[in-house]
Design a protein around this ligand. Structure first.
Ligand SMILES: [Mg+2]
Length: 343
């Protein structure tokens, strides 16, 4: 799409109930809401994007994203550069939606034939995690992710030991505390985890605890991953400047313009895990295009999130198989999902 030309925007809302309310250390979320945007060129050709804010990740609010796109819609025509500037750094999800719609950024055809991605599977909380690991192993998954920091640490460690005991030698468990721990508790967990097949502990401390996160990274090199701390490419740059040695978990759908993100990623070596923000297949395809373009080692993708949605959820956005070779995401086209959203 020629960035100089006048464009038109249309926006539609979607709501996707979670099968079970999503428990995070910040509380319960019962449904995923967001916006699909259709950007039309003067000749009528269209691209689709998605704004799926998660406020507790420090993105814009749903209401702000709606206001932004309703304003573009009401303006009639708009200039892409001006709209991207207007979205600014305060609306990374709107920037992602606009830029990916305008570029029609999705998994490029030439991606077929490249090295495949492994995929991790996100586990449900509590007792359901064990059968989920068993089913996942039977389906060929080897990397799983469990949310921790939700209850009694002793019980959680027992659960983690049980799950690790199910894994084959090549299997790994990723733990995600969503910032729930104190520095002391985080250090205890990390020291304990060294004996287990745990790939890393994700976001052990809240985003604000920069000095303590840096200390954990020094004390447990390679064992700590940042997620909530690295939402945008500016965050990524700041943590690189601090000398972060662990993994970066990147949710492209929350990170702003994919071109800016890829430029920052390419700026130095690193361990990157690309992850779903529970967006639809529209945003997930644009997110996976970023993962495909990343020049660094291919860690398992964090898009194994189908268990969070109702069985017949039509919006997709997940990986269903343990290894993605090409095409990456099955499911409905952007045009079909657009028709399913509410105008
Ligand atoms: Mg996380």
């Amino acid at each position: 799409m020629n960035r100089g030309q006048k464009l038109r925007a249309k926006v539609r809302a979607y709501r996707r109930p979670f099968r079970v309310p999503l428990r995070t250390a910040r509380g319960l979320i019962t449904e995923r809401r967001g916006w699909l945007v259709r950007i039309e060129e003067e000749d009528g050709t269209a691209g689709y994007g998605e704004a799926a804010p998660l406020e507790f990740f420090g993105t814009e609010t749903l209401a702000d994203a709606e206001w932004f796109f309703r304003s573009l819609e009401a303006a009639g025509t708009f200039d892409l550069h001006e709209a991207l500037d207007w979205a600014g750094t305060r609306r990374p999800c709107c920037r992602f939606a606009l830029a990916s719609a305008a570029e029609r950024r999705a998994v490029p055809d030439e991606a077929a034939g490249r090295q495949p991605f492994g995929c991790s599977r996100l586990l449900p909380a509590g007792e359901a995690s064990r059968p989920a690991v068993e089913e996942g192993l039977a389906a060929g998954f080897g990397v799983f992710k469990l949310k921790v920091g939700l209850g009694d640490p002793v019980q959680e460690q027992r659960q983690v030991e049980t799950l690790c005991g199910l894994l084959p030698e090549w299997g790994r468990l990723r733990l995600d505390a969503n910032g729930a721990w104190t520095p002391r508790l985080a250090a205890d967990w990390l020291a304990w985890a060294m004996e287990l097949p745990i790939a890393y502990v994700e976001q052990p401390l809240p985003r604000e605890a920069e000095a303590d996160l840096t200390q954990l990274d020094q004390d447990f090199p390679g064992q700590v991953a940042l997620d909530e701390s690295v939402v945008t490419s500016d965050d990524l740059k700041a943590w690189r400047d601090r000398g972060w040695r662990g993994t970066f978990v990147i949710k492209p759908a929350l990170a702003g313009d994919p071109s800016d993100l890829l430029e920052e990623i390419a700026g130095g070596p690193g361990d990157f895990v690309f992850s779903s923000a529970l967006e639809t297949a529209v945003g997930a395809r644009a997110s996976l295009a970023v993962a495909q373009a990343c020049p660094w080692p291919r860690h398992a993708l964090g898009f194994g999130v189908e268990g969070f949605f109702e069985e017949h959820d039509p919006f997709g956005g997940w990986t269903e198989v343990p290894v993605q070779r090409d095409g990456l995401l099955a499911g409905k086209s952007a045009e079909q999902l657009w028709e399913l959203a509410e105008s």
